[in-house]
Design a protein around this ligand. Structure first.
Ligand code: NAP
Length: 308
């Protein structure tokens, strides 16, 4: 409902739950780690910089949360790092209640991941596809577990462009096209994962969320630009806080009323700000042919097979 007011006060007791948050040291990820730990969960902050993770954890620990926070290194731009992360995780944990695929980069200049993927599709989609696939066995054996991915309003301009999926050699690359593609991929992935959970009678669910437009470190690639500096003083008019922006993904991760395949975002004008409610993504995100094609391609590129 449009006037719902779901807040962190609605988060249930999470004692005994194990939650991974990618990119947990900054922005929406940081706010999510904080809220999960406050409510008793054991949270794994998966960060590419352990040092930044330590700083973030120290800040959260000042509030004496009920849960534990563990930092584990994860670089989504490097599949060997994703494998190391999941190997170590499985050595230490035998359940995974929530995998929050939150980390992301936005509009960098054309670049490649360590495995040669265009950097935005590589980080935002393929890294998380690999991570989820390698953790699938633990996810499906944890009752009512959830996979949540953070998409964006920018998915609306996304086109999959399978004939030049990676903008080979920078051909056709614009930072916004690649970002839109990666955020549409997040939704195609989540909806397809949900369909596969259902087809295999697995009671885990896959859910998506987006934060509207929130004040975080995501703008790092345009901070030096003239237009950014010009508009910055006005930012508080159109941006909401990271804490508000994290609410849709928090709700997607823990609200018992959420269902597989749901998509949560803010309830304000153009979904830019506000309280988290169920929202709609564009029809292209429900295209089952594109979802299957993306899945097959992602398995091939990452060399990770979900076996369902
Ligand atoms: N802020 C918004 O308005 C907005 C709008 C729509 C969608 N989103 C989405 O929200 C998510 C979170 O972004 P944010 O706004 O909170 O931005 P942020 O403050 O920049 O946080 C992004 C996080 O992702 C991490 N990250 C980036 N590349 C990574 C990699 N290769 N491996 C592991 N972690 C990596 C960053 O680590 P470092 O700190 O080491 O860089 C950071 O912890 C993203 O998926 C973004 O697309 C944000």
């Amino acid at each position: 409902m449009k006037n719902e007011k779901w807040t962190t006060a609605d988060i249930p007791d999470l004692t005994g739950k194990v939650i991974i948050v990618t990119g947990g040291n900054s922005g929406l990820g940081y706010e999510s780690v904080k809220a999960f730990a406050q409510n008793g969960a054991e949270v794994i902050m998966a960060c590419r910089s352990v040092e930044k993770g330590e700083v973030a954890r120290a800040e959260i620990m000042k509030n004496k949360p009920n849960g534990k926070i563990k930092i584990m290194p994860l670089d989504l731009m490097d599949l060997s790092s994703v494998r190391n992360f999941t190997d170590k995780f499985k050595e230490n944990y035998n359940r995974l209640d929530v995998l929050l695929n939150n980390a992301g980069i936005m509009i960098p200049p054309y670049g490649l991941t360590k495995d040669g993927f265009e950097s935005q599709i590589g980080t935002n989609h393929l890294g998380h596809f690999a991570l989820t696939g390698l953790l699938k066995d633990l996810i499906v054996k944890t009752p009512k577990s959830r996979v949540v991915s953070t998409s964006s309003i920018a998915h609306k301009s996304g086109k999959m462009g399978f004939n030049n999926f990676m903008f080979a050699n920078g051909n056709g690359y614009t930072p916004m096209k690649a970002y839109g593609r990666s955020k549409l991929a997040n939704l195609l992935f989540i909806y397809e994962l949900q369909r596969r959970f259902e087809a295999n009678n697995i009671n885990s669910i896959a859910v998506a969320a987006h934060p509207g437009v929130s004040q975080t470190n995501l703008m790092r690639f345009i901070e030096g630009k003239f237009y950014y500096r010009l508009l910055k003083p006005l930012s508080s008019f159109f941006l909401q806080s990271a804490a508000m922006g994290a609410l849709p993904q928090l709700r997607a991760a823990v609200d018992p009323n959420v269902q597989g395949g749901d998509y949560y975002g803010p309830n304000g004008f153009n979904e830019m700000k506000g309280s988290p409610v169920k929202v709609k993504s564009i029809p292209a995100s429900y295209n089952t042919e594109d979802a299957k094609q993306l899945w097959k391609l992602s398995e091939k590129l990452t060399d990770i097979n979900y076996n369902f």
